[in-house]
Design a protein around this ligand. Structure first.
Ligand code: SF4
Length: 252
């Protein structure tokens, strides 16, 4: 047995043991994730950094899962140097696993501030702007939260046009057509669930009644709107190109 000092306290350590093992045996907390007693230490997570060196001498941070005890070794598990090292180590791990609950809980336990959990939204507000400024539905808004703001339901009613999902650069907003129903979601939250109407030509379900009514209200006297027909984009395209060919034929 030898003696080392951890946070000013003299503790007994087995010759050949690491600082992390010794600290664990004495109930002294040091964060770590990649250590397992059945495996050789690798230092991969870098969380277990401790400050070494005498109080009045040169100090440095070393990984306690690798550092072996030796007589007279002085260790600090909490210091400005250790805090800076831990911050870097937690930031690095969260850049690789941003939603890891275990890493976040460990950071909280050691009072290390970390970036808020990623929800997949980059707050570009494209969805909010298009729904308000172009569609005029006002169905999406920025909602204040404890940590800032997030996209959520607005005061208006979603008509299921899908424009927000088409513009969303991260696919945080999604539109799914299934069983003749269109579902618009903000992340995991369902914003609207609306039945789909049939195309009068091919019979496929292609748009919500609310969206078609919105188009009617906003196309006024346009010649195609006056005809009152409802065709899906594929049929509309096919009919337009057929009409164009016929016109060209007649002109010849
Ligand atoms: S699908 Fe709904 S929320 Fe999205 S732009 Fe259209 S009306 Fe707005």
């Amino acid at each position: 047995m030898i003696e080392i000092t951890i946070n000013g306290r003299t503790v007994a350590a087995k010759d050949g043991d690491t600082v992390l093992k010794t600290a664990r045996e004495h109930g002294i907390p040091i964060p770590h994730l990649c250590f397992h007693p059945a495996l050789k230490p690798s230092g991969a997570c870098r969380l277990c950094g401790v400050e070494t060196g005498p109080d009045s001498g040169k100090k440095m941070v070393m990984l306690s899962c690798i550092l072996k005890v030796k007589p007279g070794l002085e260790i600090r598990t909490e210091s400005d140097l250790v805090a800076a090292h831990r911050q870097k180590a937690f930031d690095r791990l969260l850049s690789m696993a941003p939603n890891s609950v275990r890493i976040r809980e460990l950071a909280e336990q050691f009072n290390v501030p970390v970036v808020p959990k990623s929800d997949g939204c980059i707050r570009c507000r494209l969805c909010v702007r298009v729904c308000n400024d172009i569609i005029g539905a006002g169905a999406i808004a920025m909602v204040k939260t404890e940590t800032g703001s997030q996209v959520g339901p607005g005061d208006g009613t979603c008509i299921g046009c899908g424009t927000c999902a088409n513009l969303c650069p991260t696919q945080f907003i999604t539109v799914q057509d299934q069983d003749n129903v269109r579902t618009v979601c903000i992340g995991d939250q369902v914003l609207s669930r609306l039945p789909l109407e049939r195309c009068e030509a091919c019979g496929s379900r292609y748009a919500t009644a609310q969206f078609l009514a919105h188009v009617d209200d906003n196309t006024g006297d346009h010649v195609h709107a006056r005809q009152g027909h409802r065709f899906c984009p594929a049929c509309t395209k096919m009919m337009s190109s057929r009409a164009r060919t016929e016109n060209e034929h007649l002109r010849k």
